[in-house]
Design a binder for this molecule. Structure first.
Ligand code: PAF
Length: 280
């Protein structure tokens, strides 16, 4: 299956195909094993898969981060073909998705976009919601697949679907990790080999939090993790927090009946890496 730059061609093609379930895997390319899992799961669940590859400008609050975002479209297309030769690959230019200049829509997402990651990346989730809504409206998929590493993004998209009646079901796929525990991310290739290894501190911190949670108060855990990063010469801690699973409201003490998660973001020379795990 070839790749398409225009959604209109895909919409025409879909009319000629017979399928029961259409699945969408939205990506920004530079595919890694986490994306491979998403495409595999989508291809198992749905008899027609679309994979989009588009580095979405409206979700970047930092021009340098946008300019440095890794891209490898040809390699990505080969990767997708190997997983599912029948997958439709959408590689649009900006003008196929946005009128010029590309701008994020303003959605009322009940504040879920403004906390945790949203505090540090102003407008990021509005940009994500904008492009995802455009993709959903173009292709009307039955299912869309996202990785648990971007857990807050999934809640933002679920909120978007509910508020705007988009009728798409979300499938959350478990985080795929490198050998040292580092969550797979397209940004990992921006790290040199040694730094990529040292980035294990991010997942280790989450695991420590999970171990400490039953015996210690949350301030003690936060202080412990802050000190771990202060002692680390490479990575600085942008945030670590413990929040309720669905509202993402920060909580201060452990109650086993409430599902909680730890969220972390660490920085190395302008490269931000995020991760999260369920704590109970
Ligand atoms: O998770 C990503 O790669 C992006 O945020 C997404 C969902 C493809 C929207 O640009």
């Amino acid at each position: 299956m070839r790749s398409f730059n225009h959604s209109s061609e895909i919409i025409e093609l879909l009319k000629t195909k017979e399928y029961e379930y259409l699945g969408l895997v939205p990506t920004m390319g530079s595919l890694h094993k986490g994306h491979v899992k998403l495409i595999e799961k989508c291809s198992l669940k749905c008899d027609q898969t679309i994979v989009s590859i588009f580095v979405n400008p409206t979700q970047f609050d930092n021009k340098i981060d946008f300019a440095n975002y890794p891209q490898s479209v040809q390699k990505d297309i080969e990767t997708i073909r190997k997983i599912n030769p029948n997958a439709i690959i959408y590689t649009p230019s900006e003008s196929d998705l946005y009128t010029s200049p590309a701008k994020a829509e303003i959605f009322d997402l009940d504040g879920i976009d403004k906390i945790i990651e949203g505090k540090f990346r102003k407008g990021h989730f509005q940009g994500v919601a904008t492009v995802v809504k455009i993709l959903f409206e173009k292709f009307s998929p039955d299912y869309a697949f996202f990785g648990e590493k971007d857990y807050q993004q999934i809640l933002v998209i679920e909120k978007l679907i509910k508020k705007y009646n988009l009728g798409v079901k979300i499938k959350c796929i478990l985080t795929v990790r490198e050998e040292n525990g580092l969550a797979m991310s397209s940004r990992n290739i921006l790290l040199d080999k040694e730094t990529r290894y040292d980035a294990k501190i991010i997942y280790e911190s989450l695991c420590i939090a999970k171990k400490m949670i039953k015996k210690n108060d949350f301030d003690k855990i936060k202080n412990f993790i802050s000190e771990l990063f202060l002692a680390n010469k490479k990575f600085s801690l942008e945030y670590f927090c413990i929040a309720e699973n669905t509202s993402l409201k920060e909580i201060a003490s452990f109650n086993p009946t409430i599902k909680i998660r730890a969220f972390i973001c660490a920085r190395f020379q302008g490269i931000r890496l995020i991760d999260n795990i369920a704590l109970n």
